[in-house]
Design a protein around this ligand. Structure first.
Ligand SMILES: Nc1ncnc2c1ncn2[C@@H]1O[C@H](COP(=O)(O)OP(=O)(O)OP(=O)(O)O)[C@@H](O)[C@H]1O
Length: 260
């Protein structure tokens, strides 16, 4: 197995209390890895340690393969984004007053040389790049089923489609590693189904994903392997079937003893 992401004994405390404690995890290239656990288990904290929105108190985060593998745990989020790490946040971080298309185009600017400001100023030499980004953004919208919404206001979209829009924005940055923080939370059954299909499609294309979730059924369907956090510690790791049969997981996460 070639690991694309290797988390080594990371710890992060808030006010003296560890939210993530001594967690190690290797995610193979092309793998879909889920991280589950009860409220406050440290799932979002762990994801933020990978995205760069938090820096670990100790431990390492190594990203890349072969000669390209490097420590990223001190890099700022935008630097990690440039290396190919994209995030779909739980709360829709959409730019208000912008269309769906414009919101997705912002994602593509993470990988371009000139950046968003230069593009916004519409300097002549950026116009060609801008046209390419626009085409990419339209393709990403198409990919997530939102092509017809391209010119509508992003904030007018229902929650499920706002989530899909965030996936489109992340894809437009052409990520090598996609991090998703509770993507199914708050979605209605039909929206959840649409999202699961979209993520299954990405998985089929070999995208490496780390997915933080509450919903065990959602995870079981998508993940190659599942890590279970409880009180900041990784208490189990395995395939969805192994995890569901693990007594430690059943008692910690499902809050019940396994039935005999
Ligand atoms: N910025 C912060 N400041 C203080 N405490 C924090 C911060 N972020 C997280 N924590 C604490 O760290 C612990 C883990 O939180 P985290 O959000 O990572 O858990 P989680 O598993 O994602 O929970 P949930 O499923 O409820 O989102 C919690 O006790 C939380 O209160």
């Amino acid at each position: 197995m070639t690991a694309l992401l290797e988390i080594g004994s990371v710890g992060r405390a808030f006010g003296g209390v560890y939210a993530v404690r001594d967690v190690s995890m290797a995610v193979a290239e092309g793998e879909t890895r889920a991280v589950i656990g009860p409220n406050g288990a440290g799932k979002s904290t762990l994801l933020n340690l990978v995205s760069g929105h938090l820096v670990p108190d100790h431990g390492t985060v190594v990203y890349g393969t072969g000669d390209g593998a490097r420590r990223i745990d001190r890099l700022a989020p935008h630097a990690r984004a440039r290396l190919g790490i994209a995030v779909v946040f739980q709360a829709a971080r959409l730019f208000r007053g912008m269309t769906a298309l414009e919101n997705v185009m912002v994602g593509a600017h993470a990988r371009t040389r000139h950046g968003f400001l230069a593009a916004t100023l519409r300097l002549p030499r950026h116009r060609r790049e801008e046209a390419a980004i626009r085409a990419d953004a339209l393709a990403a919208l198409d990919r997530v089923g939102l092509r017809d919404w391209a010119h509508r206001s992003a904030e007018a979209l229902p929650l499920g489609q706002q989530r899909s829009l965030q996936v489109a924005r992340a894809l437009c940055a052409r990520p090598r590693l996609l991090l998703l923080d509770e993507p199914a939370s708050g979605l209605r059954a039909a929206e959840r189904e649409a999202l699961a299909r979209l993520l299954e499609g990405l998985r089929g294309e070999g995208m490496t994903m780390v997915l933080v979730e509450h919903d065990v059924a959602f995870v079981a369907r998508l993940a190659d392997r599942v890590g279970v956090l409880d009180l900041g510690r990784l208490i189990a790791e395995g395939t969805p079937d192994e995890i569901r049969a693990d007594p430690a997981v059943v008692s910690a996460y499902l809050g019940a003893e396994p039935t005999p």
